[in-house]
Write a protein that binds this ligand. Structure first.
Ligand code: 5AD
Length: 468
């Protein structure tokens, strides 16, 4: 059987989609190739959020065509994911070596289309149409890709986005919001835990909108026996997302739950309270703020103010003072003035983020912001990016230093990616901890004492704790 190599660009949702495609192909008898140089099929899972991400994938495909394909003309090359969705057939027009273009609602058809290409029944395949219930098809996992037991896993709970932020291409590449049912998600999580997974991250473009537009199948809460009145009132008060968290929390053997990404607009009190009520829900939140200026937030169509965002942070810290808080920020949105940018700097200081992903604004096709007046010159974007990066590094550096000498619980994931002699675990607040460990630590929850910090890394010593 042929071998496949999948290269992934972009977010965790893309990583998860790639994993599901890999699992699907393995189930059909394909093997996973260790590199693109030896694979019979090379698939690039693409990101469209910024132009730079698209150019990277296009550049990669050009290299594959000029290099791999030249030596082995029978190799199948394909694009899948967000850029495949937004560019469709034009990718083949531009890069004739591409055989397959698979949109974001078609991941589950990868095996079927590769079969057709291998059998020579079709020469090229482009499929970027919508497909009913496609959100429920991203389900299969490869838990031992590297030959070792996976400790953590991603579970996709929904697809799409209806927020239409003016800068963002995602509603056009991922489609309308569609949620999987609670029983379906819980069943997948149970399977993962039975296979040794200890920590699950629930994924969606905006997880706080989970279930708001109903579920794609006929599932509804009223299918269950009608609850007593008090319970019914309780259910109504809680958003579907919090109901999902509670259901996943019930799974025996699961140690930790994370999720990404929420939208500040959907960060209700029920979700804040869940951090107190659900011990497996770790003290970590990635809440994209995008800007600290109300004027810019409005132009972005974000649906909250700086004050509301700060209010959420305050409430979260009241419930969990050690909460690790990270965010996404865009610099150079059209019309962003020095004064607006100063508001972003001051918000970063006020919150004290543990980390922030800073994005240079990039014009995206057909988004309202691309046509807005006062586009910010590239050199201004670069300068603001550099200033904000310095500030975030400084703030985060302080946050990390505060852990020195303290004791913290980690879940050990495996050898460090950068230094195989060390083992890596994560704190509940989502900080990476490196320590001298071995395979016997994999999957264990253990206490370490933090001895020093590196760049967005803590160094820990389990021995000190054990001596106490
Ligand atoms: N330009 C720059 N950054 C963007 N993001 C989304 N769209 C754009 C764009 N057009 C960023 C946002 C989002 C993250 C995943 O990508 O910060 O939260």
């Amino acid at each position: 059987m042929p071998s496949v190599f999948i290269k992934t660009y972009g977010c965790q949702m893309n990583e998860r989609d790639s994993e599901a495609v890999a699992a699907q192909l393995v189930a059909k008898g394909y093997t996973l190739a260790p590199s693109e140089r030896v694979a019979d099929v090379v698939l690039l899972n693409t990101c469209s959020v910024r132009d730079a991400a698209e150019q990277k994938a296009i550049g990669k495909m050009q290299n594959l065509a000029a290099d791999v394909r030249k030596n082995r003309p029978e190799v199948i090359l394909g694009f899948m994911g967000c850029m495949a969705q937004s560019r469709g057939q034009s990718l083949i027009d531009k890069l004739p070596d591409v055989d397959l273009v698979l949109g974001t609602q078609k991941f589950h058809r990868a095996a079927e289309y590769l079969d057709e290409l291998f059998a020579g029944r079709r020469d090229k395949i482009v499929d970027v149409t919508e497909e009913e219930a496609s959100e429920a098809k991203i389900r299969e996992h490869v838990l031992n890709g590297g030959g070792a037991q996976a400790v953590t896993a991603f579970v996709s709970i929904m697809q799409g986005c209806n927020q239409y932020c003016t800068f963002c291409i995602v509603p056009y590449t991922r489609g309308e919001e569609r949620s999987r049912t609670i029983p379906d998600i819980v069943a997948e999580c149970r399977e993962l835990v039975a296979r040794g997974v200890r920590e699950i991250t629930l994924l969606g473009q905006i997880v706080t909108s989970y279930g708001k537009r109903g579920w794609s199948s006929s599932f509804s809460l009223s299918e269950n026996p009608p609850p007593p009145d008090t319970l019914k009132r309780e259910l109504q008060r809680k958003s579907p997302f919090v109901q999902l968290l509670e259901a996943v929390h019930e799974i025996d053997g699961l140690e930790r739950i994370r999720f990404t990404s929420p939208h500040p607009k959907g960060y209700g009190d029920d979700l804040v309270e869940a951090y107190a009520a659900l011990p497996k829900l770790v003290e970590s939140a990635h809440i994209p703020v995008q800007s600290g200026s109300d004027r810019v937030l409005k132009l972005m169509h974000r649906g909250y103010t700086r004050e509301r965002f700060l209010g959420i942070i305050q409430k979260l810290r009241r419930v969990q003072p050690g909460m690790g808080i990270t965010t996404d920020i865009i610099v150079g949105f059209p019309g962003e003035t020095e004064a607006d940018f100063d508001e972003t700097l001051s918000l970063a200081r006020e919150v004290g983020f543990d980390n922030a992903y800073i994005f240079k604004y990039s014009q995206r096709k057909d988004t309202p912001a691309a046509a807005m007046p006062d586009q910010v010159p590239q050199e201004v974007i670069e300068a603001r990016h550099a200033r904000l990066l310095l500030l975030i590094n400084e703030i985060a550096g302080h946050k990390y230093e505060q852990h020195i000498g303290g004791r913290t619980q980690i879940l050990v994931e495996g050898p460090s990616r950068t230094n195989a002699a060390r083992f890596m675990g994560r704190t509940r607040s989502n900080k990476i901890v490196l320590f001298d460990g071995s395979e016997r630590h994999r999957g264990q929850l253990m206490d370490v004492q933090v001895t020093r910090t590196g760049s967005f890394t803590l160094y820990g010593d389990p021995a000190i704790v054990n001596l106490d």
